[in-house]
Design a protein around this ligand. Structure first.
Ligand code: PBG
Length: 329
C-alpha cells in the first residue's frame, strides 16, 4: 500500500544524505550471511589457480589452513568442500565417493582436527566429481538411475557424517533421497547432522567454470536435464521443496542464484524455513571478468549479494565470501 502524494511526499528527501540513507536501509550484509566453497586437490604444498574462475584456487590438504584461517578471521560460519578427483580414481560408478581416504574425507578430518567446531563444514552429496561420465548419479543405457543412485548417496552421506561433516548437502536431484538419507543418518546416531537440500537446482549453463574447477567438464556426457530442473519452471520448485521438507530437510538451497531470485522469494514466503542461495561459478566469473575489463565497478559484487537478501535468502554460497572487505565484522 502506497500512501502520500507529491509534493508533500518527496522520497528523495530521505535519500539526500548518507546518514539518512543508512537509517532507512532495508537490507545489509554481515559475515553470517556467507558460506565459502573450497576446492581440494591431491598433492602437497600447492595452491593452484583455477583458470576459469579468476581469484579462486584449489588447495592441497596441507595448505587448507591458509584458507580456513582466513575464513575464521572473516567470521564466516561455514565452508563447503569440493574435490578435484584425479582422473585415474574416477570410474563409471563413482566408487571413490565411498573411499574414506578420498579428498573430501581427508579435508573434513583435517579441519575438524585443527579447528574443532570453530567453523561448520558442508559437503555435497552427488557422484559427479567421481564418475568418468561426469553425472551426479549412476548411468545405465543413457539413463541416470534414481533408486540405485540413492543407495550410493546414503553411503556417501554416512561416510561424510562419520568423518565429522556437519551439514550434508545432497546436490544430485534424485527423487526421494532426502528421506532415505535422513533415515540412515538417524539410524546410525547422526541425528544431529543437518541436511541442506539442493531442492531447487536447475539444469544451468552457469555451472561451466565449476565443472572445470572439479575436472568434470570435459568428461560430462550429454546434459543433466533429466534430473535437474527446467529453468522455465517455478511452481515445480515449490513442489520439490515441499517434498524435501516432509522428508526431513533442515534447510534448502536455490541454485543458481541471481537468475532465480523469484524462486528464492516464493520459497521463503511460502515455507518460512532457512533458504540459501548459491551464487554459482558462472555468475562469479561473469562479474569478475566484467570488473577486470572495467565494464562495471566492484560495487556490483555487493549489489549482487544484497539482491539475495532482498529476495529472502538467509545465507549465500559465494566465491567472494572471504574477500568482502566492505563488510563489517
Ligand atoms: C555438482 C555440483 C555442481 C555445482 C555444485 N555442485 C555442478 C553441477 O551440478 O553440474 C555447481 C556450483 C557452481 O557452478 O559454482 N552436483
Amino acid at each position: 500500500m502506497i500512501i502520500g502524494k507529491f509534493p508533500a511526499l518527496r522520497l528523495r528527501r530521505s535519500r539526500k544524505e548518507s546518514w539518512s540513507r543508512r537509517l532507512i536501509q532495508e537490507n545489509s550484509l554481515s559475515p553470517n550471511d556467507f558460506i565459502l566453497p573450497i576446492f581440494l586437490i591431491e598433492g602437497s604444498n600447492k595452491r593452484q589457480l583455477i583458470s576459469s574462475m579468476p581469484g579462486v584456487y584449489r588447495y592441497t590438504i596441507n595448505r587448507l589452513s591458509q584458507i580456513i584461517d582466513r575464513a575464521i578471521r572473516k567470521k564466516i560460519p561455514m565452508v563447503a568442500l569440493f574435490p578435484k578427483t584425479k582422473n585415474s580414481l574416477k570410474d563409471e560408478l563413482g566408487t571413490e565417493s565411498l573411499n574414506e581416504k578420498n579428498l573430501v574425507c581427508r579435508g573434513i578430518q583435517e579441519i575438524k582436527k585443527r579447528y574443532k567446531n570453530q567453523i561448520g563444514i558442508m559437503c555435497d552429496v552427488a557422484l559427479d566429481p567421481y564418475t568418468t561420465h561426469g553425472h551426479d548419479g549412476l548411468l545405465r543405457s543413457n539413463t541416470i538411475l534414481n533408486d540405485e543412485t540413492i543407495e550410493v548417496l546414503i553411503n556417501q552421506s554416512l561416510l561424510q557424517a562419520e568423518m565429522g561433516c556437519d551439514v550434508i548437502a545432497p546436490s544430485d536431484m534424485m527423487d526421494g533421497r532426502i528421506g532415505r538419507i535422513r533415515k540412515a543418518l538417524d539410524k546410525n546416531k547422526f541425528h544431529n547432522v543437518q541436511i541442506l537440500s539442493y531442492a531447487a537446482k536447475y539444469a544451468s549453463s552457469f555451472y561451466g567454470p565449476f565443472r572445470d574447477a572439479v575436472g568434470s567438464k570435459s568428461s560430462l556426457k550429454g546434459n543433466k536435464k533429466t534430473y535437474q530442473m527446467d529453468y522455465r519452471n517455478s511452481n515445480e520448485a515449490l513442489r520439490e521443496v515441499a517434498l524435501d521438507i516432509k522428508e526431513g530437510a533442515d534447510m534448502v538451497m536455490v541454485k543458481p542464484g541471481m537468475p532465480y531470485l523469484d524462486v528464492i522469494k516464493s520459497i521463503k514466503d511460502k515455507f518460512k524455513l532457512p533458504v540459501f542461495a548459491y551464487q554459482v561459478s558462472g555468475e562469479y566469473s561473469l562479474i569478475e571478468t566484467a570488473i577486470a575489463k572495467k565494464l562495471i565497478n566492484k560495487d556490483a559484487i555487493y549489489e549482487s549479494l544484497v539482491s539475495f537478501k532482498r529476495a529472502g535468502a538467509n545465507a549465500i554460497v559465494t566465491y567472494y565470501a572471504d574477500r568482502l572487505d566492505k563488510i563489517l565484522i
